[in-house]
Every structure is written in C-alpha cells, then in structure tokens.
Design a binder for this molecule. Structure first.
Ligand code: SAM
Length: 292
C-alpha cells in the first residue's frame, strides 16, 4: 500500500471536500500543507519509537500522521467534534495513535499522561497551536510541571521570538519568564503563512522548549514565584510596586512590600519587563518568607 501524505494541497482539499468540512476561524483552524515544514517540526521533537507524544489540535491529522510514523505512541487532543470521523479515517493505519475529544485547557493532563503512557516513556508535546489560545496552552503546560522532555510548537512568529529572547522589550512577559525558568527556548525555524489553508494573516515560527532537569534559578517556592511573575505583568504599563500592590499584597501592606523590595535590592518603580530571572527569583524568595 502506498502511503499518501495528508499534508499536500491536493490530498488535504480532497479530504475537506469528501467530508464537506468548513473551517472554524474561532478555533484557530489553519491546516498545514507542507511536508518540509512538518519534517522540521517532527525532527525538532527528537522522537524515537521509545518516546510518546501528545499532540494538541490534530485537525485532519497532517502532523499526527508524521508523528505516528516516528513515535511509539501518540495521543492527539481535538476540541472540534466534526473532526473525529475524519481523523478516524485519515489515521486508520496507526493503531498506536489515539484521538481524545476535548478542550486541552479543561483537561487533567497529569491523569492523561498517567493513564496513557508508561513511566519510562519520555514525552513530547508537539502542536501547530491554535493562535487564539497559544499563551494559555503554553502557560498550562509549563505551570502544571508535566513530566515532559520537550515542547515543540508552531506559534505566531512574534510570540516565539518573545519567548526565546531574554528580558527587556515590550514583548517580554510572564510567559517568557516562565518558559525560560523551566526550559531552554529556541526558535527552530520561521514559517511563512503560505503553508497553511486557510492562510493566517501572520507568519509563524517553530519554537522548541527543552525542559530543564531543574529550573534555571533556585526559588524557595515555585508557586510563589509564579504568582509574583504573573502579578508583575498583570498590567503592562504599571510599575512593579503598583502591580504587586494591586495583585498580590493588597494596598494596606504597602510599607511591608516596600521593605521587601529594599531587602531584595530591587527598585519598585521598575517595570516587570526589565527584571532578569535572577531578580524575579530574589524578589519572590523574599516574598515567600512572608507568604510561604
Ligand atoms: N495539527 C493540524 C495541522 O497542523 O494541520 C491543525 C492545526 S490548527 C492550527 C489547530 C487545531 O487545534 C484545530 O484542529 C482546532 O480545532 C484545534 N483546537 C482549537 N482549540 C483547541 C483546544 N482548546 N483544545 C484542543 N484542540 C483545539
């Protein structure tokens, strides 16, 4: 039997026509039709038959198919029920690939991993992410400390560059800090919008996050570290002291907060985007002494 790859313009159009599928923009449905780009995504995840993969948003299975050829087990989570019969058809030659219906943001991924992969398996998350929820999904994957080896995602180019770059610049945000805290971030390749149907308005990039064995800086409490980072970026134009007062301490604790800043050696008039990972760690360690 010859395998006809899904991710060619002809085959994709054939599948869409066969099922009368219409794209839902609200679900970020832009399907990949370029085998070369798919090859780069799959290579970046460094898969072997001993490894497992979670894919988020398989669409009609273009990426899933390539993952299934390289990995020992693939679990693909898809929110759009209309895609389930299509996937059952396009992925029918891959018995080690399972499609799970649901919203990844609502799912208990620890349980999913425990139930579907064995303890020894190294797991990657690989996805061409829907743009409307990129940040929420990446935050969830990082914050929940899932036992992952790496995360390889196609996302909007500017977001990928922001995550991979260090502090500074108006694009630097809570997601960049957490990504660098847990992982080594790298832009693998830039992807033009012409390789999707329908074409999005923006260019994309493939981002790889190699999860570190231990976080990049020592913190006394990871939970407090998240809360400090998130609160620091809650309102972009506000200073650290305003953001932390409104979103962590509460106005009545202003004096106490200013003392913490002084002890940590950080000027409360700075903005979140100017702080390095080490500075966030120093601040959050001081704060965990009172919140911990
Ligand atoms: N992987 C396919 C490809 O590369 O051609 C499709 C990628 S498309 C950009 C994003 C996919 O994610 C769509 O199939 C969409 O229905 C699905 N999706 C959107 N939101 C989701 C969510 N919250 N949970 C799971 N899947 C979601």
């Amino acid at each position: 039997m010859t395998m006809r790859d899904i991710a060619t313009p002809t085959r994709t159009k054939e599948i869409l026509k066969k099922y009368g599928f219409s794209f839902k923009k609200s679900l970020g449905q832009n399907f990949l039709i370029d085998l070369n780009i798919l090859g780069k995504i799959v290579d970046a995840a460094e898969l072997t038959k001993e490894k497992g993969v979670i894919e988020i948003g398989p669409g009609i299975g273009a990426l899933t198919e390539q993952l299934s050829r390289r990995a020992g087990k693939v679990v693909a989570i898809e929110i759009d029920q209309r895609l389930l019969p299509i996937l059952a058809d396009t992925l029918s030659s891959y018995p080690h690939t399972e499609v799970v219906h649901g919203d990844v943001l609502e799912m208990d991924l620890h349980t999913l991993i425990r139930d579907r992969f064995n303890d020894q398996e190294k797991i990657s998350v690989v996805a061409n992410l829907p743009y409307y929820v990129t940040s929420a999904i990446l935050m969830k994957l990082l914050e929940e400390r899932l036992p992952l080896e790496n995360i390889v995602v196609m996302i909007q180019k500017e977001v990928a560059e922001r995550i991979a770059s260090g502090p500074g610049g108006k694009e630097y945000g809570a997601l960049s800090v957490l990504a660098q805290f847990y992982a080594e971030a790298e832009v693998v390749t830039i992807v033009p919008h012409s390789v999707f149907i329908p074409q999005p308005n923006v260019d994309s990039a493939v981002l790889r996050l190699r999860i570190r064995n231990k976080p990049a800086v020592d913190v006394d409490s990871e939970e407090i570290f998240y809360r400090v980072v998130k609160a620091s970026f809650a309102q972009r134009r506000k200073t650290l002291s305003n953001n932390l007062l409104n979103n962590l301490f509460g106005k009545e604790r202003k004096e106490e907060m200013l003392q913490i800043f002084a002890k940590a050696g950080i000027d409360p008039a700075r903005r979140g985007e100017t702080l390095s990972l080490e500075e966030f760690a120093r601040l959050s360690n001081r704060i965990s002494q009172i919140f911990g």
